[in-house]
Design a protein around this ligand. Structure first.
Ligand SMILES: Cc1cc2nc3c(=O)[nH]c(=O)nc-3n(C[C@H](O)[C@H](O)[C@H](O)COP(=O)(O)O)c2cc1C
Length: 202
């Protein structure tokens, strides 16, 4: 992270922390600080591996902020003081973005701040499968490692879903439906999506 990036992100973090959920930032969308994940909790890893699966019928119910924060952290959070992530990246370049498509808009996850910033208004879940939450995983299209990084991210998220009793399904269908509107750097694209919802009663 260069100094300018640090200062920009630092400002967002300070604003999110000071102003609380839904705070409006000058020159940008609102920023919501996410609850820190309970890194001492959850089911044992071997149980999560045994229970990891796709659900092809997903509910429309949304996740609460604690579950959303834990899910985003599992997918792409910072897990060490040196800024490294829960997933490994080639040469630690960390070139990926995660967006959360919710009823109240589309939000970019800010890993260093563990916050999310609104980047699109409106309920865009119908652009995908209409599930309670849709995660979008974006990366540079020509990065030979990008799909590997995205795979690590959705697997971590899938394991968190197994731990937390959430339904999920990775999907390629309509994965790039919002790419023309998202604030993606040049040459970046959404590789795949992951729909998530509280487990429906079956
Ligand atoms: C990269 C990728 C793309 C996928 N795309 C879709 C999809 O577009 N639609 C769908 O219903 N499932 C999709 N799936 C889910 C697979 O169908 C599912 O993982 C597979 O049937 C194995 O089931 P399991 O995840 O329960 O082990 C995708 C999975 C991956 C890893």
């Amino acid at each position: 992270m260069d100094r300018r990036d640090f200062l920009r992100k630092g400002t967002v973090f300070a604003a999110a922390a000071l102003m609380g959920p839904g705070a409006a930032l000058a020159g940008g969308g609102s920023v919501v600080a996410l609850p820190r994940p309970d890194t001492g909790g959850g089911k044992p890893l071997m149980t999560c591996l045994a229970q990891r699966r796709s659900s092809h019928v997903l509910g429309r119910e949304e996740l609460g902020l604690p579950a959303l924060g834990a899910l985003l952290w599992a997918a792409w959070g910072v897990n060490r003081d040196d800024g490294k992530r829960v997933v490994p990246t080639a040469m630690n370049k960390q070139q990926a973005m995660v967006f959360a498509v919710r009823s109240d808009g589309v939000w970019e996850y800010l890993p260093r701040e563990h916050a999310m910033k609104k980047v699109l208004e409106g309920d865009r879940r119908r652009s995908f499968d209409g599930a309670g939450l849709v995660l979008l995983y974006a990366a540079p299209e020509k990065d030979r490692y990008a799909a590997m990084h995205v795979g690590s991210m959705y697997q971590n998220a899938g394991l968190y879903c197994a731990s937390a009793g959430l339904d999920n399904c990775v999907k390629y269908q309509k994965h790039d439906a919002l790419d023309a509107e998202l604030p993606l750097p040049d040459g970046w694209a959404t590789f795949v999506t992951q729909s998530v919802a509280p487990r429906s009663a079956r």
